[in-house]
Design a binder for this molecule. Structure first.
Ligand code: FAD
Ligand code: FO1
Length: 454
């Protein structure tokens, strides 16, 4: 059995807290990587449980509110977790849903007295706060496993990277070592006590969340994520380089909600893309986004505690934005007008309405969507705050390092370079409607979406 774990490089594991092993099970505290299959953290937890001849249990601490998440995101997540529970039960690994956030988890750990607590990696400040609270509230040892990045975040770089071009070579030099088949878990040989049952609808009812943001049609969970990946590989990957920036051609993969909630492993996505029959150019274009761009976002959030604030912007861009802080902003809109998609720009309104209604927005449009808010809000700081609020409230893939980086890239040139100076933007890259029009049929997009989501 031991050789099954050899394919996992132990540099993916960090020893985050020393402690005395309890007499209980190994506990995998699942959070970011909500999956049973292709999960290095779960596989490592099982390896340790087998070595110590202990049961293995999975615990998910359900926070009653999380970064503005609404019924839309909690519904998607809980339906996905129900599938995780089923996948685990086949392997005699109980799944404990713990309503009440980190304090409920601390209570659980004090009860269970685990031999070891295994955490999955998450660079967000709020998660670091949760982890610090839990680690200091018990005496048990903790390990952290990065199963969200192909190259573990702390291995890829010891510092905040300037741009994709500085991280890309570091990843390229390491990808060989990490991009190989994933460790799987097996039926656990040391049985644990059953976990209490739970159901999605009563759990949803118990949460104190905004219910005005309705659930969307996107199928939740692992199987729907696997199907989305297969459909993308079979029908859209080949044309990804030319189609990915045309919202009318739907050339993107649609994987972001499944990657955000960890329903599927990005390493699995990369392996399947590599194995596909698509052209080298198509594979490279897609893997640049999936690996370099996505892991650059984790790098930024991991090394910059201001990842969701104006202060997170590079010095050069804060200087140029402040130099243009007094430039006239005409028109100015309130948050409510933006949220309702009631601006003078029908294209922008169409994007906003699609996001509110469908919980998604095409990647190329998101840049324009964000940059317009810099023009229409009183200060760049307000623009960052309003964009995060809208993105995290309505997007299924929101509350993610990719989102904070995407917004800071758009408003303040994070990971970008200075461009020709102009009003309001200073030397931050500008995007115009005419520029979009050179890429795709803007009028058709605006008309079609305004009609669909009015
Ligand atoms: P594909 O083009 O199929 O890419 C596949 C995967 O690669 C994506 O799921 C994502 O994990 C990664 N990826 C692609 N583009 C980027 C990028 N620019 N930066 C980082 N990773 C990328 N992404 C989110 O996951 N959550 C967000 O909340 C989010 N908010 C954004 C806000 C703004 C203002 C901008 C400009 C970008 C934002 N992005 C966000 C990044 C990107 O737009 C989305 O990841 C992508 O559109 C998701 O659709 P897809 O999975 O079909 O993408
Ligand atoms: N992670 C948890 O451990 N507990 C939660 O209750 C929880 C809720 C939640 C709601 C919406 C959402 O988009 C993410 C949520 N997450 C939760 C965190 C998520 O798994 C990721 O860890 C981060 O959002 C991205 O790093």
């Amino acid at each position: 059995m031991a050789d099954r774990y050899l394919c996992m490089d132990l540099s993916r594991v960090r020893d985050v807290k020393q402690g005395a092993a309890g007499e209980g099970p190994v506990v995998y505290w699942m959070s970011r990587d909500q999956r049973c299959i292709d999960n290095h953290a779960l596989a490592f937890a099982q390896q340790e449980a087998v070595r110590m001849r202990r049961p293995l249990v999975v615990a998910f601490s359900l926070s009653p509110s999380f970064l503005g998440a609404t019924l839309r995101q909690y519904g998607f997540m809980l339906r996905g977790l129900k599938e995780v529970e089923r996948d685990l039960s086949v392997l005699d690994i109980p799944f404990h849903l713990l309503p009440g956030g980190p304090t409920a988890l601390i209570h659980f750990l004090r009860e269970q007295r685990p031999a070891l607590v295994v955490e999955d990696f998450d660079p967000l400040r709020i998660k670091k706060e949760w982890k610090d609270l839990v680690r200091t509230s018990t005496t048990f040892p903790h390990r952290e496993v990065d199963t969200h990045n192909i190259v573990p975040c702390w291995v890829a770089s010891p510092k905040q990277e300037w741009a994709a071009r500085t991280l890309r070579p570091k990843l390229a030099g390491l990808i060989e070592k990490y991009l190989h088949d994933l460790p799987q878990v097996i039926r656990h040989p040391y049985p644990a006590k059953e976990a209490p049952g739970w159901d999605v609808s009563s759990t949803l009812r118990s949460l104190d969340i905004d219910r005005t943001v309705k659930e969307v049609q996107v199928g939740p969970g692992r199987k729907a994520g696997e199907k989305t990946l297969q459909t993308f590989i079979d029908h859209r990957l080949e044309h990804y380089p030319e189609d990915r920036n045309d919202p009318l051609r739907y050339g993107q993969s649609g994987l972001s909600p499944y990657l955000h909630f960890g329903c599927i492993s990005p390493q699995r996505v990369a392996l399947e893309v590599h194995r596909s029959g698509s052209s080298k150019a198509a594979k490279e274009a897609f893997l640049e986004e999936l690996i370099v761009r996505r892991e650059l976002s984790d790098n930024f959030c991991f090394y910059n505690q201001d990842h969701d604030r104006y202060e997170g912007l590079p010095e050069w861009s804060r200087r140029t934005l402040e130099k243009h802080a007094q430039d006239p902003r005409e028109p100015l809109y309130s948050f409510k007008e933006l949220e309702a998609g009631e601006t003078e720009d029908d294209l922008w309104n169409a994007m906003q309405k699609e996001m509110v209604s469908q919980g998604r927005m095409h990647g190329y449009l998101r840049m324009y969507w964000a940059k317009k808010v810099l023009e229409w809000s009183p200060t760049p700081r307000t623009a960052v705050e309003w964009l995060i609020k809208l993105n995290d409230k309505y997007e299924l893939d929101g509350r993610d390092p990719n989102g904070y980086v995407g917004i800071l890239w758009s408003v303040g040139g994070l990971h970008d370079r200075p461009w020709k100076e102009r009003n309001i933007f200073g030397t931050v890259r500008y995007m115009s409607r005419a520029g979009l029009g050179r890429r795709f049929d803007v009028e058709t997009y605006a008309r079609r979406n305004l009609k669909a989501y009015e």
